[in-house]
Ligand binder design. Structure first.
Ligand code: SF4
Length: 195
């Protein structure tokens, strides 16, 4: 973990570390006031309870509680965007695969602040292993969770399918912090969170 944290910092990401999801949520709730906050689809975020914590003092847009484009599009345009990641590579690259594209878009076009809340189970080896994790661990589990009619939802392995329900249509790799973004932060939790 130490090497990945070092490489994330070298790549321009701010890294904050916590022992529990609750401590991470305390930190984020304490640092966000009066903001518009978009949240990307994420089991991890659900486990942190962040939506309820943040909405007390911010305008929070999360399609997991208000489905549809009416939430996704303003969430992408919010001042702050929070999501998780499918994997973090040994080199300190942050990987996300997306079906609709809204989640990865929210992390790319953000000037003020992007936050990735990541459990230690997402930390991987070199980039090919991280990509393998994203395609053969995270994506099949998400396909199962979302009741998608894909081959991976049946056997847990990616078949690079052509299914209309395919959830792997865009891959964004944050090699380094995009220069337009003022703050891109990894909130690292020493617990297993999400897939
Ligand atoms: S089988 Fe299709 S939906 Fe499942 S992980 Fe592979 S590309 Fe994604």
């Amino acid at each position: 973990m130490e090497k990945i944290v070092e490489n994330l910092r070298k790549n321009g990401f701010t890294v904050t570390e916590f022992d529990t999801a609750e401590a991470a949520a305390d930190y984020l709730a304490g640092s966000l006031h009066g903001k518009t906050v978009g949240m990307g689809g994420s089991v991890t975020l659900g486990q942190t309870g962040l939506y309820d914590r943040l909405k007390a003092d911010n305008t929070v847009l999360w399609h997991q509680v208000a489905p549809g484009d009416d939430t996704c599009i303003p969430a992408c345009n919010a001042q702050v965007y929070i999501t998780s990641a499918n994997a973090v590579s040994q080199e300190g690259y942050i990987l996300n695969i997306d079906g609709r594209g809204n989640r990865v878009a929210g992390t790319l076009m953000k000037k003020e602040r992007v936050i990735f809340v990541i459990g230690e189970n997402k930390l991987s080896g070199p980039f090919p292993e991280a990509l393998d994790r994203a395609r053969n661990v995270a994506a099949p589990k998400n396909a199962q969770r979302l009741h998608k009619k894909t081959p991976c939802a049946v056997d847990g392995i990616c078949h690079d399918c052509a299914s209309p329900d395919r959830i792997c249509n865009a891959l964004v790799v944050m090699w380094k912090k995009p220069s337009w973004c003022e703050s891109m932060e990894v909130v690292l939790v020493r617990q297993d969170l999400g897939y």
